[in-house]
Design a protein around this ligand. Structure first.
Ligand code: ADP
Length: 501
């Protein structure tokens, strides 16, 4: 084969090279351009050669950028820094990636600069489309009220939105890509963000462990737990196919509160229905007893009148009157009980010491007759209805006087204390006491352990009333069955009323 003429080879290569090649001299005048360059820029050779290279730059600013890069000797082979906006003869523009190679003579002088310009419009467009899409996605994420984040397979945070940051509470400011899910959980816990995981508690450690388990091995079921200041969070973790974990956090406080309120109402209703059933049964029974007596004694009076028997007439008439009186009392106490139900309107700050001294004044006559002594200890304050609380105390103290022991004068102790947010009020006596078997029954309407009216008068309403009052304050009452020297009642009441949120 004949020796190759290198000039010819280079010329062929130059002319058929697919990308535009332009050679400029030190004055930045175009000295040569290949066919691809003429095609790309749309000039005939005569209008292109010997022109300043400024010709192919779309704007002055773009040309200035090129000159600056040149002066700074920016590496034009790097893909990003050397993209310029070029202009064709017809005014249309395109993004071109410029690669330059200097042509240097033996003395090291730069004779010319060879530039290869590749049209990268498609690529630039694709990149800008991607950027737009990612900006849209970011904007959407930020606008979402739900907390959203993605963790990689090493449990490191990759992406998160502002709502997620807010939901992380004290851990929020520390969020940055790379922080692990466990670190976030522990930081939030340290900041007291989880009421079920207070720092330094064993239950708290278990709670955190269970949250981490949920994160690592999600079972597809969202969990709801307490967080922040008495709020509720719905937590959903999804393991993606690529091993990443997508997490969604939604504040469901309103929903949860509504659900809790509904459940409370349902229980209350159930409770009320049961109470009503029991109430009507005992009421009808207790109303019937004096009625039976009335009918019995009126028949006896009728018989006496028919027989002209004067001796028992007065006695039977007295029984009749007693039965009517009893009936009256029962009806009155029933009315009382019915009216008190959920009557609380007057919530104020109440000093239990005032309530007790008022009660003792009212019961002073009975106490005197019974030769009773009182030992009143410290008594706290609480929020409640003073009139209802007075009636509660009056029923307990009245019973303590009434159910006294025949062998000893009554000594009645009344004292209170505060534990956490609960007020405890204790009324105890040295009377006949109550068999622990009846610890529940005594609080039911008309339930009396001492039926003999002549010894202990009463209608069996007092303790049910006391219970109702305690419960309407969000509290409770019980008999202390461990106390054997008499009867001891313990009333627990919330110190501050929890206003419905
Ligand atoms: P009442 O006193 O009108 O019978 P209560 O509802 O106040 O009704 O009390 C129910 C029952 O509980 C009483 O009949 C009594 O047998 C018992 N009881 C209540 N308080 C005492 C007490 N301090 N000591 C002994 N028994 C009591």
């Amino acid at each position: 084969m004949a020796a190759l003429n290198e000039d010819l080879v280079f010329k062929a290569l130059y002319e058929t090279f697919p990308d535009p090649v332009i050679i400029i001299d030190a004055e930045r005048i175009i000295r040569s351009a290949n066919n691809a360059a003429l095609r790309q820029f749309g000039y005939p050779s005569a209008e292109f050669i010997d022109r300043s290279v400024r010709l192919i730059y779309a704007t002055d600013a773009e040309y200035a950028k090129r000159l600056q890069n040149r002066a700074a000797r920016v590496d034009e082979t790097a893909p990003r820094t050397s993209n310029y906006l070029y202009i064709r003869r017809d005014g249309s523009t395109f993004s071109g990636h410029l690669r330059t190679t200097p042509l240097i003579n033996d003395q090291g002088e730069e004779l010319a600069l060879i530039g290869i310009i590749r049209d990268v419009s498609d690529l630039t467009e694709a990149v800008s489309e991607r950027q737009k899409a990612s900006e849209m996605l970011n904007a959407a994420l930020e606008a979402m009220p739900e907390g959203f984040a993605i963790f990689d397979r090493e449990e490191r945070l990759v992406v998160y939105n502002r709502a997620y940051q807010a939901i992380c509470g004290p851990a929020g400011p520390a969020l940055k890509p790379g922080i692990t899910a466990e670190e976030i959980l522990l930081l939030a816990r340290q900041g007291g963000h989880y009421p079920d995981a207070l720092p330094g508690t064993r239950e708290g450690n278990e709670w955190i462990a269970s949250r981490l388990r949920d994160f690592r091995y999600p079972d597809g079921k969202p969990k709801i737990h307490r967080y922040a200041d008495d709020r509720w969070l719905r937590v959903e973790n999804i393991k993606a196919k690529d091993g990443n974990t997508v997490v969604a956090r939604v504040d469901v406080t309103d929903l949860k509160r509504a659900e809790l309120a509904l459940e409370r109402q349902r229980q209350e209703l159930e409770h009320k229905n049961e109470a009503l059933d029991q109430f009507t049964a005992t009421v009808s029974h207790d109303l019937k007893a004096p009625l039976r007596h009335i009918s019995m004694f009126s028949e006896m009076i009728e018989d006496d009148l028919k027989a002209g028997n004067q001796t028992e007439l007065a006695e039977n008439a007295r029984h009749l009157r007693d039965s009517v009186r009893r009936m009256n009392r029962v009806v009155d106490s029933l009315l009382d009980y019915a009216q008190i139900a959920h009557r609380i309107t007057d919530w104020t700050q109440v000093r239990l010491s005032d309530v007790v001294s008022e009660t003792l004044t009212i019961l002073a006559g009975d106490a005197n007759d019974a030769n009773a002594t009182f030992e009143v200890g410290p008594l706290p304050e609480l929020e409640g209805d003073p009139e209802l609380l007075r009636r509660l105390v009056q029923n307990l103290v009245g019973n303590a006087i009434k159910y006294r022991h025949a062998d000893r004068p009554p000594v009645i102790r009344i004292h209170g204390s505060v534990l956490h947010q609960t007020v405890e009020l204790v009324v105890e006596d040295n009377g006949i006491g109550i068999d622990p078997r009846f610890a529940t029954r005594i609080f039911e309407v008309f339930q009396r352990l001492h039926k003999d009216e002549t010894v202990y008068g009463g209608t069996g309403i007092g303790l049910s009333l006391a219970k109702r009052i305690a419960e309407s304050h969000g509290g409770s009452i019980c008999l202390d069955t461990s106390f054997r020297e008499g009867a001891r009642f313990i009333v627990l009441l919330p110190r501050w009323l929890r206003k419905a949120k």
